[in-house]
Design a protein around this ligand. Sequence first.
Ligand SMILES: [Zn+2]
Length: 662
Amino acid sequence: MNPTRAMCLGIAITAVACVAAAPPRIGVFDLKATGGQGADVAGLVSGLAKEGYSVETFRSLQPLDLLRFDIVVLSDMHNPGNVGDGWRRNIETYVASGGSVLQTWHHHILGQVSCGVQRVYGSRGMHIVPGHPAVAGCEDFQATFTDHIVEKVGPAGTVLIRNDAEQPVAAAGSLGKGKVISTGLALAIPNGQATRPPRGAELRLLKSFLDWLKPDVPAAERLAAALKTPRLEISPPRALIVAGFPAVFTVYVGAPTAEPIAVTCDGATVTAEPADELGEAGMLRTFRVEVSTAAQKAETREFHIHAQVGGRVLESVVRVESIYTPPPKNERRGVWLHVGDDRHPKDVMPELKRLGLGMAVLRIAGGTAAFYASKVQPDVQDPLAADGGDWLAEAVKHAHANGIEIHPYVNNCIVEGRTSQESLQGLRAAGRLQAGPDGRPIDWFCPSQEANLAAIERPMLEIVSRYEVDGVQYDFIRYPNSQGCFCAKCRARFERETGAPVADWPKDVLEGERHQQWVEFRCERISAIVQRISTRIREVNPKVRISAAVFADWPQCRESVGQDWARWCREGWLDAVCPMNYTHDSAAFAAKAAAHRAAVPTGFPILQGIGIAAGTGTMHAPEHVALHIALARQAGAAGFLGFCYRPEHTSALLLPLRDWLQ
Ligand SMILES: [Zn+2]
């Protein structure tokens, strides 16, 4: 907290003018700290701080934590993680008492103003609806992210922005004493995954929103109204932990007047945070409560946390569940790895050995590109090429010298970002790339064309025939999303295979009575690629083990991206499957891992993908990785793969776990 502001709040009960002069305190909810699903907020927070805002992250969504802020920013509330059941009501109460909320992208609360209802793909044009102070001075603009979510505006909402189809994309309104802006724009999330400092038109818009959202009710008044009696809150509400690691809780205690506050908990270590959160008045204090757990012992224990506030004692119970499952025999432990100047195999492979890992899954090609000395890919981008070297040959050599299995992987169906402009233009001109339902180009291989199947096959076969690899892996073996491929060739093939023309194309297959046929048709296109290439690999190199990196949301990925991967396991086209189970939410990870186990034949090897540094965020605590490894073991996985290796980060995460892994 800003110390000046802290002092200001402390005396603000009697000096309201002080609060009015202070800049609003902005709290950005940190999904990653609670294991929620959505974009990392670090870029948004650093961007706002750079613009001079008083901004920090918060994690509990409980009343005392919310009350610390004038404006709360909820950047993606699809699944906020381990925050307890009352979070929606807490936010409503916070707004009713005079706090402000800016909710962006996925948001499903405060519908009296507005909430998001439908995602629109590939449309950036945004039009300001003049007249509301929240958009005063703003002009029409292009959103930085390609997609947005349309709003359903409630009785208290006023539309601020409309898209090209004149649907509402932002609305503002007052609820009780507070103010709300809801927008389906992914403000500051240009790639849909992680925030970055906002700029340009979106920065101007954000500033205008925040300006309007400054609360009318002074912070001190809101605090006094909410804290008529002492309160005790604990975050997170429950802890799931690997046996042998500590569980840590943050305890907030609020009191209406300055009184001594103490927290105790039998069996735990309690540490008071160094300063009163709200200054001399002592209205809000925080404590750290740490509970240790026994190694290699699964158990659930309850702890009673007592807060003494003056003469009163408040009590709350927290549950600590520690899990333990012994590792499977010959557990497969590895990382996904990219080619790059700072990660030469001569350095990386000994490091993986030091970390107790035995498997390197190395991205070596994608689309028309190869990051090795390929003779079949048009765009060779091997960093060693200038000196006549071959990255893949180096990787094989150094992996085997260190007892590491090497499994190169290829981004099979995607072309964009992995090609030269020349190749891209050539493929577009030849009609070999996908088309969206509106005909717009999607730079992925259309899976209905022999030339494309051959192009996807070539590097896979070259890798297993020219190099002494232990395995090979499919990746991006799917459609980009629900939007491809609607080209004339795919339509003709669909009509031929189903034996009936489509009356209203593409509406009938997108949402009409032919939709289920369309889902199966898309699955069949991708499965055919796997069947074809795996069959050829078995002929060329029967020893090589074939795996695939697949979407974790089985079976929804059949519909969303045409990825029928459980079938590939049943048919024998794969020897192992690696679901990209990237999430910081341990409960979600465990639920998906269990669904994977149920989806494939008994004993079929599953290597759970753990997102250690993925689009879903970066893990910083070894015990967080250990928890996901333990959950993978609990769900019967044969091993795990971290995505993805970064030279120092991976070592800092995994070296402390070396003994624990065994
Ligand atoms: Zn097509």
